[in-house]
Structures are given as C-alpha cells and as structure tokens.
Design a protein around this ligand. Sequence first.
Ligand code: TXA
Ligand code: MG
Length: 331
Amino acid sequence: MGATQPSPDAIEAAAALLRAGRLVAFPTETVYGLGADATNGEAVARIFAAKGRPRFNPLIVHVADLEAATAIAEIGPVARRLADAFWPGPLTLVLPRRPHTALSHLVTAGLETVAVRVPSHPIASALLRATGRPLAAPSANRSGHVSTTTAAHVATDLGASVAMILDAGPAQYGVESTILDATGRELRLLRPGAVPSEAIAAVVGYTPALFSAANPERPSAPGQFESHYAPRAGVRLDASHARPGEALLAFGPRVPPHDGHTINLSPSGDLIEAAANLFSALRELDRSGSPGIAVMTIPEHGLGMAINDRLRRAAAPRPADPPFDQGSRCS
Ligand code: TXA
Ligand code: MG
C-alpha cells in the first residue's frame, strides 16, 4: 500500500467539500483525478478553470457501481457484458446519456452521450459512496501537462485550486483508462489505455477499431462520433442586440431589450456561472425554434476563452452538414 491511506474522516471531509461544490483530487487505479460533483455545473466549470483548459471537452463521469451508472446512462447488452467483465476497473464506456438526469450539461459538453467509469481504487470507491453523487474527474494536471500519478505531483500542478488532495501513494497503472464508444452498432476505441484491446476482444469477439477524430472513416451514422455539440440555429457573435426572430444569449447586467426568447448566462457577469449554463442555454434556445441565436460579447479571459471557443465553433459554417436538408433532396 502507498505511504498514506486517507482515514474515513478524511474521506467524509472530502465528500462534504465535493457536495459543497469544491474540487477534490483523489487517487484512482489509473492516475489521480480532479473531482467535482457532476450534477453541479459551477463545480464542473471550476475543473476547467483549475486545469487552465482552453476548451470545454466532455469529462469522464465516475460512479460507484453499475447501478449508479444505470441512473445516468443507457447500458445496452454489449456495454453490460463489458461492465460485467471490467468494472470496477480502468475501462470508460461512452454511452447514451439518459434524458432526465441530474448531470450538468457542461460535464458532457452538451452531448447526448456520457463517458462513464467505475474506478476500482478503494479510496475512489469510498469517496464516491460517501459523496453519493457522480463525480466528474479528468486527470489532475494542468492542461498540456502529463497526468499525475502521485499526490505530490497534483499539489505541484494544481496546488491552490483544489480544496483537498487525498493521498494514497502512487497510482497503480500510471496510464489513463481505455475509452470505448459503445453508442453505435460496433464498438470504437476512442483512447487506448489501461485495458488492452486483446482483453476487450476476448469479451466481445472482435478488436474495436481505433477511432481518430482527425481521420474519421466513412461516418456510417452521421453525428455518431460527433465530439462537439452544435446548435441547429445559426449563431451570431458579438451582437449588440437581437434582430427580430432571433433568440438572445445574454451575459452580464446590461441586456438590450428584446421581445423574443432570452437567456442570460450570468446576470452578474460571472464567467464560472456562465460556463455552467452555456450548453443548457444553447439547447433551450435551440428548442425555442428561433432560426438564429444572437450572442452578446463575452470577455475573452478566464473561462470566457473556453466559452468563446465553443461559441465560435457553433457560429462557424459546418462543412460536415449536407448542403440541403432532406426535404429538398432528390431521391
Ligand atoms: O483514467 C482516467 O480515465 C482518468 C482518471 C482520473 O479516471 N480520467 C481521465 O479523464 O483521463 P479526462 O477528462 O482527462 O479524459 C476524458 C476523455 C477526453 O479525451 C474526452 O474527449 C473523452 O474522454 N470523452 C469524455 N466524454 C466523452 C463523450 N461523451 N464522447 C466522446 N469522448 C468523451
Ligand atoms: Mg488528461
């Protein structure tokens, strides 16, 4: 065992901090994770702020067991076999997200899928049970740095931004979990990791193809491997006001008058709150049926950079889109 094992009191204290929306670094069998309550958007936003991530990527959601996984994701027969074989352990499954869960939309970056993992490390398990909530946890390092495998590395990298670090000595594997996309007809390997492909093949009868976003092979089902949520409505940035018919995505205390649907990401101008609300706001404005979304200027600092990165991509023309909608296509 490692040099230190957190006491039950330390785990209770960590769980209380997590439930209060704070960040706690904890050991897993792969690498140390930077944990936040996955049902609390502002807590999840703090992960991105602490990591200095330039972008909002979807995060892995850690749960205590299969039952807790079933509460947030739809687990089909193949996923179930993989879960039975490898959970608890270093396998992450990307699964359809259940429609009505308490999960924040920031944790899945607005996607309809969720990456779920049940860690086997006893401290991670104990923390999940004590917290009673799913925990978002990317590797506990600053963006661009390598994953951390000891508490000392976490302290050096993230120090002041975490409320507590649970130290259980060096991580066992030292590489991240294997990520499998189990949302399509065939499994895809999104990230090679601690569970080797041979072990997966032994369970499912074939070796999942490595999916590289840089080289997407013929997308059999469009959108199946989309790693980014984009609203259907056109997005217009740096808008001083919304035009007739547009919905308004506002920010800060001074909002131009508008008759149409308006959502303010943060009336007080708080970028953490704005980040927490970004994806659910885009979804809601999209559902309102407006053909366009006018977005007020969001400051380009702190999490504003990640918010603007997402909004710029949502506003960009989408080369993958078919030129016409299905209705106007000749068959
Ligand atoms: O070993 C691990 O998995 C560690 C420990 C702490 O559990 N966690 C970790 O998380 O490596 P993170 O956030 O650094 O890696 C998450 C990866 C990203 O590459 C992200 O794109 C992918 O998982 N991911 C998360 N949700 C996804 C989704 N819905 N669809 C596709 N990829 C997803
Ligand atoms: Mg990482």
